[in-house]
Design a protein around this ligand. Structure first.
Ligand code: IN0
Length: 436
């Protein structure tokens, strides 16, 4: 594990500093938890259930940050109820439908979920206490979205995702509504114009469809019962049962089905670019842009990749650290969307049944990036920087490694043992130097 991480760093030296700085940023926010017990619980919980979200939320001004933090935890709690397969449907449905009322009641309590989610549910009174301190305009948004999401989730408790229309409807309830809610919170803060429902919905759908694709294996292997979000209308073209896609003998069909799903998600890319380009506040912009870039990066990684059916396919942590450091304005987003969609385009095979449609969506995204007129300069600078970093790293590695390695003579530097020692020692020395 440690050795694999070291090889990844040797392969991608440009990841090293962003990773160290990210670690330090996480340590900083863990120290900066507020004093009042209910807010301390909420921010502590946020860091536990989602470290990267806890980081991006930090950029928002205090008032909006508190509202988004509570919105996130309320939605996570709703999700915990929906996800807990040990709760019978007749108990679950009314809880989902009435959740928007429970958030006002400090004495309401329902125990479910596991690990951190169980703690969130058991101490939900602390989330309610914090919710009741928010400005009324924020409370109204959170209440309204929780009501609509709870009703939508309840509808899908007894209903499978059959058609592509069902898939869009389900994703609207669990993620599109988050987009609508966030747009209203941004507007209530006075920092943004109110975005259209359609663009806000697309922001959520792009993220959620990416999660559903990436989490195929985790969801299908869920105990005691599989969770299935891939629409039958898509997978039935490639298999008799959704779980058959994970078996080796169905690899060709599995990858074609996966490509069909990725193509479907790509359709929202253009709307997301439009939504982000309308934002005015730099903090809100970064908060929105980082997850979107992660999503298109994940889609590019998953496309035509059988590993989705074998294990977890995730972007390198170093790359996600780089993205969160290097995303500050729209040209950065255009550059990332262009680069990741090019990566995906290179993986499209002519004989794939959905090749033409995938290429069409890639083209649409790339055209939007080109039209911005900011692409060439920014992307070129980023590439040059990356290449320089690689050259510098490999040069300094060759020069420093023999010194780092105790007793290593240049002639013996090529032996495998020496190389392994140097590979371990070099990043440590580099880190120590940098920390000084
Ligand atoms: C989110 C979204 C989110 C952030 C910013 C702007 C958004 C606009 C529209 C819709 C959603 C928006 O971001 C988080 C990101 C996240 O939690 N990532 C995970 C990583 C992962 O792999 O899952 C992490 O651990 O950090 C998100 O995924 N969702 C979310 C939930 C609530 C809020 Cl307030 C914002 C979940 C979902 C279902 C995609 C909407």
């Amino acid at each position: 594990m440690v050795l694999r991480s070291l090889w990844t760093i040797i392969d991608h030296p440009e990841d090293l500093m962003p990773l160290v700085r990210l670690k330090m940023a996480v340590a900083r926010i863990e120290k900066e938890i507020p004093a009042e017990p209910h807010w301390a619980f909420c921010y502590g919980m946020l860091t536990k259930v989602s470290r990267s979200f806890a980081l991006v939320i930090q950029q928002l001004c205090t008032e909006l940050r508190n509202a988004v933090c509570i919105f996130y935890l309320v939605l996570r709690a709703l999700d915990t109820v929906e996800d807990d397969t040990s709760v019978p449907s007749d108990i679950k449905v009314p809880i989902l439908q009435l959740f928007h009322q429970h958030i006002y009641d400090k004495n309401w309590h329902f125990s479910c979920g596991t690990k951190d989610y169980k703690v969130l549910m058991d101490k939900f009174d602390l989330v309610s206490t914090a919710f009741l301190e928010l400005d009324r305009s924020y409370q109204e948004v959170i209440e309204d979205i929780t009501r609509r999401m709870g009703a939508g989730m309840a509808k899908f408790i007894c209903k499978e995702v059959e058609t592509v229309e069902d898939y869009d409807e389900y994703c609207h309830y669990v993620a599109g509504l988050v987009g609508l809610g966030l747009s209203k919170l941004f507007h209530a803060s006075g920092l943004e114009d109110l975005a259209s429902d359609s663009l806000s919905n697309s922001m959520g759908l792009f993220l959620q469809k990416t999660n559903i694709i990436r989490d195929y294996l985790e969801d299908i292997n869920e105990i005691p019962k599989s969770r299935m979000f891939w629409p039958r209308q898509i997978w039935s073209k490639y298999a008799n049962k959704l779980e058959d896609l994970k078996f080796e003998e169905n690899s060709i069909n599995a990858v074609q089905c996966l490509n069909d799903m990725v193509t479907n998600a790509l359709m929202h890319g253009e709307d997301c670019l439009q939504y982000m380009s309308n934002l005015r506040s730099p903090a809100i912009f970064r908060f929105c842009a980082i997850p979107q870039i992660m999503a298109i990066g994940t889609l590019a990684l998953c496309y035509n990749n059988i590993e989705v059916f074998r294990g977890v396919v995730k972007m390198r942590r170093g790359l996600t650290a780089q993205i969160s450091e290097q995303t500050s304005d729209m040209p950065d987003v255009y550059c990332a969307f262009y680069e990741f969609s090019s990566m995906l385009k290179d993986k499209v095979e002519e004989n794939d049944p959905n090749a033409a449609l995938a290429l069409k969506y890639v083209e649409t995204i790339q055209q939007a990036c080109i039209k911005s007129g900011t692409l060439n300069k920014r992307c070129f600078q980023a590439k040059v920087l990356k290449i320089c970093c690689k050259i510098l790293f490999s040069l300094s590695y060759k020069m420093l490694a023999p010194c780092v390695c105790f007793k290593a003579e240049v002639s013996r530097f090529d032996s495998l043992k020496t190389k392994v020692i140097c590979t371990i020692a070099y990043p440590i020395v580099l880190l120590m130097l940098w920390c000084k």
